[in-house]
Design a protein around this ligand. Structure first.
Ligand SMILES: [Zn+2]
Length: 407
């Protein structure tokens, strides 16, 4: 996984920016903190505690929190004892110093903060989660702070990950920075502060990392907006089905099964997702459509069937010869059985190899043959039509709706 860790994002440039920012922030902290002290006593008490064991730059963030008068039970009731850092400065605020912060580079990557965590064949695996719905389901598990409402029913500006989500997210591997950015401020507690809350008191963390990101729409979303016809929408009102009536036998988001993984010793990229299965398992159409190609010879003694589903097309590959009653021009219904998983001559594991095309290209074969590179993935040719896309995010959603039928 080439995901940058948080530390990777702290470039030397960012470090300079951090130093410059810390100076500016120190002044801002003084002003914010003194305003907070004057404005609200509970805010001031937070401020007084917060700056007791930290440097000036990260006091600013705490002071900003204090200014918004938090009322969480974790807020310790400590008398305000302004440290030198928050004593109102005699000088005017140095707003010019904010110019020293380097403009963030364009976003290249956005990820969720944690990998998934699940078991397969008795082993723990940590697949990348590419499905927003899966993350929403994770948040439904937390004990409190399930965005956008907290347990008190009021709007809640953040999200929590806790012991309830630890069972389905790889939280033990640390928090990943969700996008390229620069660290502006951070604090790590040497000693956890204590609170005298009515439940008996406990330690808590006042640590944080403040990262500045460029507010920019990810490239794939911009492309989708620019060419709406090329954007197959998995969230239309049309009912979408998983191509099996049961789960696939392995996760198609990882390993050799994933879209773009290496094939032929790295000479080409995998053009689809592999849904492992036993030979003969029924394959269903993901939605209504028209057969545009096949069934015809595909790979290692198997066939494929290509169906235009309207806003996208799917190549159902590695199917059993003779198992599909359909041919070019036939209409199929969503959730209708269209073929069965075939046996590969040279590989013991049977599968549905599923490729997806966004229909921004048409009128030519999806399979180009080895003479034409076609769509490039990870620097390698796929020998497929240029509108080839990754079916994984769609399959991750469709798996929630299995067709009614035999396996
Ligand atoms: Zn495959």
């Amino acid at each position: 996984m080439a995901t940058p860790s948080l530390l990777d994002t702290i470039t030397s440039g960012a470090q300079n920016a951090l130093n410059a920012a810390s100076e500016a922030v120190s002044n801002a902290a003084s002003n914010v903190a003194s305003t907070a002290s004057n404005a609200a006593s509970n805010a001031a008490s937070t401020t007084g505690n917060a700056v007791s064991n930290v440097t000036a730059n990260n006091a600013a963030a705490t002071a900003a929190n204090a200014a918004s008068a938090p009322t969480t039970p974790q807020t310790p009731a400590v008398p305000a004892t302004p440290s030198p850092a928050e004593t109102p400065a005699a000088t005017a605020p140095q707003v010019a110093a904010t110019n020293a912060i380097v403009d963030p580079k364009p976003l290249k990557k956005i990820v969720y903060p944690f990998l998934g965590l699940t078991q397969r064949d008795g082993q723990q695996i940590t697949p990348e989660i590419a499905d927003a719905l899966q993350y929403l389901k994770v948040w439904a598990r937390v004990g409190d702070g399930f965005y956008p409402l907290g347990i008190n029913g009021q709007f809640h500006g953040g999200i929590h990950f806790d012991g309830e989500t630890a069972g389905v997210l790889a939280q033990h591997l640390g928090i990943r920075c969700i996008a390229d950015g620069e660290v502006i401020a951070y604090r790590v507690d040497n000693q956890y502060p204590k609170t005298d809350y009515s439940t008996g008191g406990a330690t808590f963390s006042s640590g944080f990392v403040l990262v500045r990101h460029r507010l920019q729409i990810p490239k794939n979303l911009m492309q989708a907006e620019a060419t709406p016809v090329a954007n197959p929408s998995p969230s239309t009102t049309e009912v979408m089905y998983f191509p099996f009536a049961i789960d696939a036998d392995a996760d198609w988001n990882v390993g050799m099964r994933r879209f773009g993984s290496g094939r032929s010793g790295g000479a080409r990229s995998h053009a689809g997702c592999d849904l492992y299965s036993e030979v003969g398992r029924a394959i269903y159409a993901v939605t209504e459509g028209e057969v545009i190609e096949g069934p015809r010879a595909f790979y290692a003694g198997t066939h494929f069937l290509a169906i235009n589903h309207g806003s996208f097309s799917i190549l159902y590959g590695e199917i059993k010869p003779g198992s599909s009653p359909f041919s070019r021009g036939n209409r199929v219904e969503g959730g209708q059985k269209i073929a069965e998983v075939g046996r590969l001559n040279n590989y013991p594991q049977a599968m549905l190899h599923l490729e997806m095309y966004d229909n921004s290209h048409s009128g030519e074969n999806m399979l180009l043959g080895t003479a034409l590179p076609g769509k490039m993935l990870n620097g390698r040719p796929t020998h497929r039509r240029e509108d080839l896309i990754n079916p994984a995010p769609y399959l991750n959603q469709w798996k929630l709706n299995k067709p009614n039928g035999s396996n």
